[in-house]
Write a protein that binds this ligand. Structure first.
Ligand SMILES: NC(=O)c1ccc[n+]([C@@H]2O[C@H](COP(=O)([O-])OP(=O)(O)OC[C@H]3O[C@@H](n4cnc5c(N)ncnc54)[C@H](OP(=O)(O)O)[C@@H]3O)[C@@H](O)[C@H]2O)c1
Length: 326
């Protein structure tokens, strides 16, 4: 099978490309001239250059492939319109290129996000069919991408995957938490428990491949996560244990995040890059429950998470230490 992976040099995309190569797929990676290729440099894959915002660059990328895994996207952006230009319009351009490329396409997998669905109402896991209520521009742009993909469902075999928060080696978004926890601190927002669905990147990519290869998944949407939601403090405890420490609670009031976000946004503005912590991100962090159900993925795709949080966190922390990231 020949596959196109967009966003192939990114955190999740590089794991997906590796997984596909291991399973004997013929893999074409869509990357940009400016992309850092360090994670896929040594992978035996074909590379094509393209930008999802430039429709003309996508024709050659989709030519002759059976499966498109669309992961290219912005999880952080400097301007609201950038999220929509890349995540929503970029998806539209790629779908149009696929629709115009002939009949070889057997599946288009859109990697969306739990952020498109929004948080859960309490600890009861959110299901795929629950009405979406994204909290951020990022979530809205991913939801718009899903809507655009569904508009193509009469012409193309579409499957949508919504990963929960993803962790694992190569990810930098959780580094701030890791840095506190390896020094023996777990930053908590208030004392009330906060439950989130998490998924280790290698479990996620297995779920994505199952979604792409299951006949039943055509026209369907699936959450992919570890079925056991994690309490935020437990996650930090697991990080501290990975380096043989015990983490002490550092309880912060929610308001304390706002000055931190302003500083982070200001520093990012001067540096000309998007801020990791911003005022929108606080909207997500404030929610106590980000829990999604993986029953549908389990029943219809046979998806099972294999990496426990304890093992996945230990592997991640040891890897970050090896890289000198911590
Ligand atoms: N990480 C998570 O927790 C998480 C959770 C749920 C869903 N997701 C989704 O999973 C996907 C991958 O996320 P990630 O965490 O792997 O992010 P990432 O490491 O930032 O990777 C994003 C990828 O998209 C590419 N990209 C960005 N703009 C592009 C454009 N205009 N044209 C072509 N490629 C472009 C990037 O290329 P460059 O390197 O050249 O910028 C990079 O390869 C995203 O769609 C995200 O919404 C992520």
């Amino acid at each position: 099978m020949k596959a196109l992976v967009t966003g192939a040099n990114g955190f999740i995309g590089s794991y997906l490309a590796e997984c596909l190569v291991r399973e004997g797929w013929d893999v074409r990676c869509l990357v940009r001239r400016t992309s850092n290729l360090r994670w896929i440099q040594s992978l035996p894959t074909e590379r094509v250059y393209g930008e999802v915002t430039q429709p003309d660059s996508l024709r050659a990328a989709v030519d002759g492939v059976q499966v498109v895994f669309h992961l290219a996207g912005l999880t952080k952006a400097r301007r609201r319109q950038d999220y929509f230009a890349v995540n929503a319009e970029g998806t539209a351009h790629l779908l149009r290129a696929c629709a115009e490329s002939g009949d070889s396409l057997e599946r288009f997998v859109l990697v969306s996000s739990q952020a498109a669905a929004g948080p859960s109402d309490g600890p009861t896991p959110r299901k795929e069919e629950d009405p979406p209520r994204p909290l951020t521009t990022y979530g809205l742009s991913k939801l718009r991408a899903e809507q655009i993909a569904r508009e193509y469902a009469d012409r193309l075999p579409i499957t949508i995957v919504r990963p929960s928060a993803v962790y694992g080696p190569r990810d930098r978004d959780l580094l701030v938490l890791y840095r506190y926890a390896v020094r023996g601190w777990k930053p908590l927002l208030g004392r009330a428990p906060r439950l989130i669905s998490l998924v280790h990147v290698s479990d996620l990519v297995r779920g994505i491949v199952r979604a792409a290869t299951s006949e039943r998944a055509v026209g369907q949407t699936y959450f992919i996560a570890n079925p056991r939601p994690t309490e935020w403090g437990e996650f930090a405890d697991a990080v501290a244990r990975a380096v043989g420490r015990r983490a002490r609670a550092l309880v912060l009031p929610t308001w304390a995040l706002y000055p931190a976000a302003w500083v982070s946004e200001l520093a990012a503005w001067f540096a000309g890059r998007p801020a990791t912590l911003n005022r929108e991100k606080i909207r997500e962090i404030r929610e106590r429950y980000w829990v999604c159900s993986v029953d549908k993925a389990r029943e219809e795709l046979g998806f099972e998470a294999e990496v426990s949080i304890e093992d996945g966190v230990r592997e991640t922390i040891l890897w970050c230490l090896e890289q000198g990231w911590l």
